[in-house]
Design a protein around this ligand. Structure first.
Ligand SMILES: O=C(O)CCC(=O)C(=O)O
Ligand SMILES: [Fe+2]
Length: 286
């Protein structure tokens, strides 16, 4: 996270060397900008495809701090090893006949990373959002916060927003749309290790036929203090059709239709964050 802070701490011109471009979702700028009239979130972010290495688009990679690339490398390797293990335990936990089924969908596949910087917002912290409500379009997300005690992440449950404690040295694990697993366990890990590590959420929801529910979350801002976070998203095999895995349907009804992975992602990024609407689109009537 030191390197993330180093990147955001630079003058605007230096950060703009990594600016988003019309032909890509990567780069420095703002998340989910779909129109000139929309209200923007109170945050800067840098989104990068970090694995596999050959998929990296170096136009968007910071050259300062000089150690940025190496830090992202070690972090994504260590964090994904943890994520694969978690996927296996999750499948085991719901009694899947083949506990490696989920892990296989994600192992060695694309990973994206979004680092977020939320400046303080003195005048309207109660009316301004750092990041609008969304579920992650991933299978699983590992979120690391560098908050120095500043709380910002909130999750929605039963229509109410709950604050997630900011614990230094803890990872928040989100289930993404592709997995739909419920939310957020925190793994306190040794903070030295975390220095080397730096959202399978929606995908998991679909693959698991709704056994795992992706978590809707947002970030709020603090009136006087900044906050940073780094989200590592694990994406599924890109040529797969995203739909419930047979062993999670188990003779019952499929609760989601299938969609092309690419179609799903296109739709996700083309809409302003609006909770779980992109998922409802795939839900089948029961
Ligand atoms: O900053 C946070 O706590 C949330 C970040 C997040 O949800 C994301 O980047 O998808
Ligand atoms: Fe998120």
């Amino acid at each position: 996270m030191n390197d993330v802070a180093g990147f955001f701490g630079q003058p605007l011109d230096a950060k703009k060397e990594c600016a988003q471009q019309a032909d890509s979702l990567e780069g420095y700028g703002q998340a989910f900008v779909v129109s000139e009239d929309q209200k923007l979130d109170w945050a800067d972010m840098l989104f990068l495809i970090v694995q596999p290495r050959e998929a990296r688009d170096t136009r968007f990679w910071p050259t300062r701090p000089a150690s940025f690339g190496d830090s992202v490398d070690s972090y994504s390797l260590e964090a994904s090893r943890l994520a694969y293990r978690l996927l296996e335990l999750m499948a085991r936990g719901v009694g899947a006949a083949d506990p490696a089924s989920l892990r296989r969908v994600f192992e060695g596949q694309t990973q994206g990373m979004r680092v977020n910087y939320y400046p303080p917002c003195r005048r309207a912290a109660d009316r301004v959002l750092g990041l609008s409500p969304h579920t992650d379009a991933s299978g699983l997300t590992l979120l690391l916060q560098a908050s120095n005690g500043v709380q910002g992440l909130q999750v929605r449950k039963d229509g109410r927003w709950f604050a997630v404690d900011a614990i230094d040295g803890a990872l928040v694990v989100n289930v993404g749309d592709f997995l739909e697993v419920r939310t957020c366990c925190q793994f306190c890990v040794d903070s030295m290790w975390l220095m080397y590590i730096d959202r399978l959420v929606s995908v998991l929801q679909i693959l698991s036929n709704g056994k795992f529910t992706s978590v809707e979350h947002r970030a709020v801002v603090h009136p006087t203090r900044e906050r940073m976070s780094a989200a590592l998203f694990l994406y599924p095999r890109q040529n797969m059709r995203v739909g419930p895995l047979p062993e999670f349907v188990n003779g019952g009804n499929e609760r989601y239709g299938s969609t092309d992975y690419e179609e799903f992602m296109k739709h996700y990024f083309a809409t302003k964050l609006d909770g779980r609407k992109h998922l409802d689109r795939l839900k089948l009537e029961q």
